[in-house]
Write a protein that binds this ligand. Structure first.
Ligand code: URA
Length: 236
């Protein structure tokens, strides 16, 4: 058994002293029951502690993995239409869930974790974590199209933030473009190309900030290494 404020600090909520304040503010529940007194003891193995309704987990029990999502899988824990989900591709005991979303027909880097803080940081635009995509486009693309993508195009009535866009390969019937954005609106990459009259035939995410998919095979997953985890935890 350990004191609630220490447990909260070990979960990365805040310093012990600030955790005491959070407890006194009535924001903490243990096994669904409000606990607003100091000195309460919790069992780290069995008790469920929530702060503002969100379950907290010991940092030492946080699990971070990357998956090379293939096409044909939904990015969700459970699909109402009974389609295959990304959860079927990973095999970890901890209850991890995907951070953000890749479309059914999009491939590439997907992070899964049970760390709620990280999920927030990676999906909230204020942290400006870059996401790099490789898109195969039908037809040709001109420098002025790329320039439009860089400056921002209208998507769902709102201009997109400045982006990086680079032509990396040309084929007979299309080309490959690298697009780096830091927003995460719904179907953003496809809609950005649509806004300049281009159709995306294939889309793959290769990087999120300093986390790179590298040579991980399609459908394969791995734990993030210490350096990658430290990078994610230090995002500000
Ligand atoms: N943008 C898209 O259009 N689709 C994705 O899956 C990710 C980003």
């Amino acid at each position: 058994m350990i004191r609630l404020n220490k447990y909260m600090a070990d979960c990365g909520v805040d310093s012990r002293r600030n955790c005491d304040k959070i407890i006194l503010e009535g924001r903490v529940r243990v096994n669904r029951k409000l606990v607003n007194e100091l000195g309460f003891m919790v069992n780290e193995d069995n008790d469920t502690v929530t702060v503002d309704g969100r379950k907290i987990v010991l940092k030492s029990k946080n699990v971070y993995i990357m998956l090379h999502k293939p096409k044909g899988y939904v990015t969700t824990v459970k699909d109402e239409k009974e389609r295959k989900t990304v959860m079927e591709l990973v095999d970890v005991k901890a209850r991890v869930y995907p951070v953000g979303r890749l479309d059914y027909d999009t491939e590439g880097l997907l992070i899964l974790t049970n760390d709620g803080d990280l999920t927030y940081k990676l999906t909230h635009p204020k942290y400006e974590v870059t996401k790099k995509y490789v898109a195969r486009i039908e037809g040709e693309i001109e420098e002025r199209d790329l320039e439009q993508l860089r400056r921002g195009v209208e998507v769902d009535g709102k201009k997109t933030a400045p982006a990086k866009a680079k032509l990396v390969e040309k084929y007979d019937d299309g080309c490959k473009v690298e697009l780096t954005i830091h927003e995460g609106r719904n179907h953003q990459v496809k809609k950005m190309f649509e806004a300049i009259g281009k159709n995306v035939a294939f889309l793959k995410r290769t990087e999120m900030g300093e986390i790179r998919l590298g040579g991980l095979g399609r459908g394969k997953w791995r734990h993030l290494n210490d350096k990658e985890i430290a990078y994610l935890r230090e995002l500000k």
